[in-house]
Structure formats: C-alpha cells, structure tokens
Design a protein around this ligand. Sequence first.
Ligand SMILES: NC(=O)c1ccc[n+]([C@@H]2O[C@H](COP(=O)([O-])OP(=O)(O)OC[C@H]3O[C@@H](n4cnc5c(N)ncnc54)[C@H](OP(=O)(O)O)[C@@H]3O)[C@@H](O)[C@H]2O)c1
Length: 297
Amino acid sequence: MPQIGMGTFQMTDRPVLEQRIKDAINIGYRSIDTAYVYQNERLIGNALKELFSENITKREDLFITSKVWSNFHKRNSVMNAVKLSLNNLGLNYLDLVLVHWPMAYREGTGTTRPNYTMDSNIDTDTTVVETWRGMEDIYKKGLARSIGLSNFNSEQITRILRETQLKPTVNQIEIHPYLSQEKLVNFCKSNNIAITAYSPLGRADTELFNETVLNDIAINHNKTVPQVLLRWLIQRDIIIIPKTTKQERLIENFNVFDFQLTDDEMKAIFKLNKNKRIFAKSESSNNREYPFNIEFK
Ligand SMILES: NC(=O)c1ccc[n+]([C@@H]2O[C@H](COP(=O)([O-])OP(=O)(O)OC[C@H]3O[C@@H](n4cnc5c(N)ncnc54)[C@H](OP(=O)(O)O)[C@@H]3O)[C@@H](O)[C@H]2O)c1
C-alpha cells in the first residue's frame, strides 16, 4: 500500500472530483481512499474509466480502498455492501476494504442515511466478530485483495484476532498532533497491523495551523505547516490520506518525501497532543460497539 493516498471525504462535486483524480494520478498518487457512505464512488469510477481508456494508468498500478458502512454489518450483508461499491466504482476487485466503524446500525441498502442517534436504528445484536467473518468471506471470494478496520479500539481488535481466522491488515484512525494516538499505534504495530491516519491535517484546523512550534519547524525546513504535519506521520511509519479539492495542494501534500524532521522536532510536535477528537461520534456512544469509551481509544 502506498504511504500516501488521496482522501475523498465530502468530495461530491463531479467536475472537481473527476479533475482532482486525474491531477492526482499525474502528480504521482496511486492510492485513493473512498467509502460507500461518501456517495462519490460513481464519480471516482467515471474518472478511473477515462484514465484507463486513455492509457494514462492501469488498474493494477492503483490501490483503491473503500469501506463497508454500518448498516451492512451482518455477515451476509458485507458481501452486498462490497458488491455495491464495486459496481459504483466499475471495478471487479478492491485493493483494501475496511469496516468503516465498529458500530452496527439497522439494515438498509439505500445511500440515504437514517437518523443514527435514534435507538431504533441501532443494531444491538451484531458484533464486530460477526462483521469480520463477512469480511473474511469477501477476501476469500477475491473481491478484496486485503481487508482491514477503521475506528477500532484495541479491545475490539483483540476480539477479532482471538476469535477469527484472518488478521486485519490496517486500522484507519484519526491522527494529527492534537490526537497523537501513541498507544493505539503501538498496539497495532505490535500486532503487525499497519496504521492509516485519517484527518492527517486535522481538517485544516486554524488553531493547529497557527501553532508556533509547527510554524517554526516549517520555516526551518522551508516547508509549509501542512507538509510538516504529514512528515510527522510519515516518520512514524503511518500511511497518510490527506484530502483537498485544489490541484496546488495535491502537489504540496505530495512533496513530503524530501526532508527529515529531527528527533527534537518530532518530540515537540508530540507535545501538542490533547486527545482532541474531531470524529467523536458521541451520538452513537450507547451502541454496544462504540469504540471511544475505553482506554487505548
Ligand atoms: N475512516 C474514517 O472514519 C474517516 C473519517 C474521516 C476522514 N477519512 C478519510 O481521510 C481523508 C482525510 O481526512 P479529512 O478529509 O477528514 O481531513 P484532512 O485531510 O485532515 O483535511 C482536509 C482539509 O484540509 C484542507 N487542506 C488540504 N490540504 C491543504 C493544504 N496543503 N493547505 C491547507 N489546507 C489544506 C482541505 O481543504 P480544501 O479541500 O479546500 O483544499 C480540507 O478542508 C478523508 O478525505 C477520507 O478519505 C476517513
């Protein structure tokens, strides 16, 4: 899996998304992160189709990730979810499929999102172990070259490792200097599970971007603050998937492999941690598989 990929959350404007996919491939990105629930798989599929037909890139040179949404968590539904994503994307396999969140919601196949804060929409029976068995099925069918998790805590990962056959390859979690996730990263690494950082730029949080320490480090290296944020993750062996709607930022975010932060700079960035989560999903905190109620979150 390439260490950098293109994030696509909230990119649903057709001309912008299609053009940015093409730009990304031209710049050198080979990995694209999407999800069924982002409702942009079809647009990404259209752009890929054009890139393939114009011989600009080949399917086998790309790494495409999608995710199974929470209302497809029963073992047999996982297959349906992945088939819908493949159909949307116009592909016959995905390089990586993730369980998007550990919580299960009631079944439903549409793209519309019910109000998940309502208790009636919570699926109280389905566990992450059942869902993972469905993930094993799609891997064995060849629909996914690899299978992984997103937003899973250490206790949930432990249950999967103990009770199922195939190991998750990746856990995709929120990481930026305000949520450094040292414990969960170490836990996953000790189990040979790779980490992908989502929201690696902290969603361009102004307070984060204005941190003096980050600005000083950026000046030292003649780089920008977003580049320092991404480099801090790369030096932790973490995969990054920054999202942008702008061509010049796609280039900026890709140019992070030609400089090195010192140990002191790495440590100074770690000191910014305040366990501040952007995607807390607190409306789902009464779900049996809500991941953020325990330590090692
Ligand atoms: N698994 C999950 O539950 C989950 C959750 C969230 C996200 N994700 C994935 O992770 C990807 C990245 O996370 P994210 O989209 O939440 O946040 P992010 O990548 O941390 O930040 C995106 C924001 O940063 C801005 N930006 C990007 N590059 C910039 C630059 N060089 N300078 C200044 N601003 C810049 C973007 O604005 P412009 O677009 O205007 O440039 C956008 O507002 C998502 O797109 C998605 O694929 C997964």
